[in-house]
Ligand binder design. Structure first.
Ligand code: RB5
Length: 149
């Protein structure tokens, strides 16, 4: 299961990507927003990040105007590695090297064609593990240390 969400700035692109996911037969849950009324990206990031933390979804897609604010908010959640990407190489290697679990896309940055390509490579690329796992463990350790400050 894939968890997806957006604010108003990412809503139109999310709708395009949803059509693409349906064509591919990929199951998703849309955590909002559900129209173009102004809303706040931290709330949408929170819904998707907590769905992943609870194990209701393995991966997520988040959309805002730039993809940036919503990625910053999502990365405040333990265990979330959200990557804002607008090129193919980054969308691929944030899975291979960073085991990213959320891809963030900018609705005011990307066209639907490129966004769907980025979504495909993100969803279809496995984490490589090995030496990269050590670095993920170090990120987890930073999260632990920050709680003790
Ligand atoms: C909303 O206007 C806009 O600030 C938001 O979608 C996003 O781009 C923030 O990073």
């Amino acid at each position: 299961m894939l968890a997806i969400g957006s604010d108003h700035g990412g809503f139109a692109l999310k709708q395009e990507v949803k059509k693409h996911l349906e064509e591919r037969g990929i199951e998703y849950k849309d955590w909002g927003c559900y129209d173009e009324s102004s809303c706040d990206y931290p709330e949408m990031a929170s819904r998707v990040a907590t769905a992943i933390q609870r194990g209701e979804a393995e991966l997520g897609l988040l959309f805002c105007g730039t993809g940036l604010g919503i990625s910053m908010a999502a990365n405040k959640y333990d265990g979330i590695r959200a990557a804002c990407c607008s090129d193919y190489f980054s969308a691929k290697f944030t899975r291979v090297h960073n085991d990213a679990n959320i891809l963030c896309l900018g609705g005011r940055v990307l066209g639907a064609g490129l966004a769907c390509e980025l979504v495909d490579v993100f969803l279809d690329t496995p984490f490589e593990g090995g030496r990269h796992q050590r670095r993920i463990d170090q990120i987890t350790e930073i999260e632990r240390q920050q709680k003790q400050r």
